[in-house]
Write a protein that binds this ligand. Sequence first.
Ligand SMILES: *[C@@H]1O[C@H](CO)[C@@H](O)[C@H](O)[C@H]1NC(C)=O
Ligand SMILES: *[C@@H]1O[C@H](CO)[C@@H](O)[C@H](O)[C@H]1NC(C)=O
Ligand SMILES: *[C@@H]1O[C@H](CO)[C@@H](O)[C@H](O)[C@H]1NC(C)=O
Length: 422
Amino acid sequence: MPSKRLNTFHVLFISLAVVAVGYVIRTPWLPIRRETKTSMGYLEDSLMNFTELTGKYGYISEEHHVITDDGYILTMFRIAKAKNCHKRKRSPPVLLMHGLLQSSDSWIDSGPNAGLAYLISDACYDLWLGNVRGNYYSRGHVHLNPDKDAEYWNFYIEEIGTYDVPAMIDYVLDYTGFKKLNYIGFSQGTGTFLVMCSERPEYCEKAQLLISLAPASRQFHTSSQIYRMLTQMFDRMESALSIYGVHEVFSKGEFSQEFVGFFCHLSVATQRLCETFLNLFEQVDSSHSGSITNQTTTVLFGHFPAGTSLHNMAWYGQSMTATRFRKFNHGKKKNLVVYGSEQPAAYNLSAMTVPVLCIYGNNDGLVDVKDVEWLMSKLPNVLESVKVEDPLWTHLDMTYSQYTVYTIFPKISEYLLKYTSA
Ligand SMILES: *[C@@H]1O[C@H](CO)[C@@H](O)[C@H](O)[C@H]1NC(C)=O
Ligand SMILES: *[C@@H]1O[C@H](CO)[C@@H](O)[C@H](O)[C@H]1NC(C)=O
Ligand SMILES: *[C@@H]1O[C@H](CO)[C@@H](O)[C@H](O)[C@H]1NC(C)=O
């Protein structure tokens, strides 16, 4: 039935366009104030920030600020006291890094029985959570104003990996007095670690273990057509949008985010829309129903999407057709100037010498199994690469599933324990 498929495609495309436009249009009456939302019956958890939300569940968190070499001010959180840990291990700190369009809150949105931040700190590790430039916790700079200066938004994973990740690692090591830490990166959180090892190999040695959850490098086989179209649209339209002053996209408080957040809370019926929106991104064939509870879905839309630069989204668009994990493609002429070759330079994956545990899902619409396997074949020191047993495990399940404690945490825990002696 080609005509039916065409219709579905059109509806999806139009919805996508509306949503995308909503994310780049600034509306003066947004974001809606928290008091207003509370009076409208929004779930409390969706309105809370990291320290408030962890505090509510009996965990004490600290807020830390880190300044990168290029002046970005980042916020990190540390769980200083976990509810179910009575004596912390004398072990290297663990640094947990979120994915594209997320923040540290993604590790707690699924609640104390499933959020990896809770599980890892309950296992008595000294847990730190990063936030990369451009998300709502890390929207500061020593002299640039993100609301006025386009220059603030001139970054993609290159700068995140070259400046943000090293700055956060240094901060944690200085603060705790350890020489090395264990790093856990989800999706872009691994991609930026790989960038760091390629561009600043001396930092690579500051991690003794990389736990890589659904690592995003090249996205050649990504199956979600929606995700492809959206990022490629940003790539094609980058210069046009920049002329209109669009440099930041998918920030918290933008029209579409408020709209979806509102629908999540309105009624059980409209909650479906909220779920649909989540599935729209990933667009997997067989949905993993129930894995991400509707409570989690409602809470996460208070924190997701967390914002990034148009330039970063454009790089993701390029990565959909790249056969290597490579830098931004500026076009032949500018590439010659920037890289000394017509093609963009590739990141040096051989420089990623840290031992890796990789965990990935079979039903991942954003980071395809084939791309994960390609990446693992390029890394020199892979300890183990594990496909989650549940065949329906998706990309977003890594941070938001209610089943993490059975599906991915045991492996994470096994390796953290192995790499505990320092
Ligand atoms: C989180 O909320 C608390 C209480 O409202 C506030 O004091 C704190 O500054 C907030 N932290 C961040 C990073 O927004
Ligand atoms: C959430 O999901 C459950 C099970 O799928 C369902 O019974 C319930 O009505 C949903 N909505 C709310 C608001 O809990
Ligand atoms: C990539 O990194 C490896 C290991 O550090 C190094 O031997 C090699 O020279 C690097 N390759 C390039 C092209 O820089």
